[in-house]
Design a protein around this ligand. Sequence first.
Ligand SMILES: [Zn+2]
Length: 236
Amino acid sequence: MKMPCYLVRDLLPLYHDGVCGKETAADVREHLDGCESCRAALNALDGDTGAEGQLRAEREQASADALRKVRSDLRRKRLLPALLVGLAAVALVIGLVLGFRNYARGVQLTIAPEDIASVTLTEDNALHVTMQDGKSWTAFNASYRTLRVDGQEKEIVLFTMYVDLWSSLFQDGWTDGEEAMLFNDLLDETEAVCYVRWDEWDQVSAATKTEGEGADARDVIDGDAVSGLLHTMWER
Ligand SMILES: [Zn+2]
């Protein structure tokens, strides 16, 4: 049976969904074989379904995204206070370190021997200096060195130094005759006591060479290479 286009168009949704009778379907198929515009109408039905499916998928994706965003917002709100506390702690540590270092750099270290209350040279070469006013310093790597400048040599005691912020704040000074004697002995053998900032100690070490052997060995510092790095605390 030859079907007119308007009838086929009415039947197309049923045909598309596969719910029309076998014979009707055969007639529709026959018509479609010979009619381009009805074929296009059928394709349009397919396309609509495709677009609907895509729309549904997009809607599902959108709601899943929204759910995920709500979850991550909640997580962020919970994390934020912890993050702020962490940042504050880091800032505090950095502030303390910088503050400490700046304090150490800013200290006036030109001292007179009579202002020194006591000095201890420990086994691990740390030097503790306490002043009459109670302030104290700790010096590291204290050792005898020879400083050579323009061919002239000078015996010095050299150490890295930092100001004990705790001690300088609370002035827990101590005195001991024996320790003071040690410092006096130390000064008797040397012409100067110098300190090196601990962040510049490597530069001074690099400019130091060992000369001689055995008991005669001594560490000689190239004074020209370290000019400006040695800060004189005391000089004869
Ligand atoms: Zn047709």
